[in-house]
Design a binder for this molecule. Structure first.
Ligand code: QAP
Ligand code: CO
Length: 175
């Protein structure tokens, strides 16, 4: 089933997600529905709160060298925790919950993440490049943080003005 994406400024995006304790069929059904939703929405990352579930779950599907996304490139993370960071980098980020908007965001260059897979097995991954950036973006969602929350005061003001203008236009075009 394709789920509905929660869009900014919906208050649910500010919620702190809760730790997953049961690694059961219900979790697997949600993970599968999130995957379908992410791919059909042309996303490379999705957190459960973006489909209205305040659970510490995220999906990533970073395109390969041929720019292809496939089930082989899917990463599912439950209860992820960043345990080590190094370096700094900037990347122009977007978000399925803030469609049509892209901003330069500062992130760590490399991170190490501890997480559980869909069966509850504990894993550890060291990430750099786009995977590292996407992971930090999605882990922020689990804390109720959006990429636009990381903008300077003046860039955020500019964003809000532009977002309101676009939302108004979208409404008008529906008439
Ligand atoms: C998070 O973002 C991310 O505006 C995932 O119209 C961001 O999948 C990972 C999307 C930056 C790595 C770097 C955004 C699709 C998808 C849009 C996404 C849109 C359609 C965003
Ligand atoms: Co996002």
């Amino acid at each position: 089933m394709k789920l509905t994406i929660v869009e900014y400024p919906d208050k649910r995006l500010k919620e702190k997600s809760k730790e997953v304790e049961k690694f059961d069929k219900e979790l697997h059904v949600l993970l599968d529905a999130m995957y379908k939703t992410m791919i059909e929405s042309n996303g490379i990352g999705l957190a459960a709160i973006q489909v209205g579930h305040a659970k510490q779950i995220l999906l990533l599907s970073i395109p390969d060298e041929e720019d292809q996304q496939s089930i082989d490139t899917l990463i599912e993370m439950i209860n992820p925790v960043i345990i080590q960071t190094s370096g700094e980098t900037t990347y122009q980020e977007g978000c399925l919950s803030v469609p049509g908007f892209y901003e330069d965001i500062n992130r760590y260059e490399c991170i190490t993440v501890n997480y559980q897979d869909r069966d509850g097995n504990t894993k550890i991954v060291e990430a750099d490049g786009l995977l590292s950036i996407a992971l930090q973006h999605e882990i922020d969602h689990l804390k109720g943080i959006l990429f636009i929350d990381k903008l300077s005061y003046s860039r955020r003001k500019k964003f809000e003005k532009e977002y309101k203008r676009v939302q108004k236009e979208k409404k008008l075009s529906k008439i």
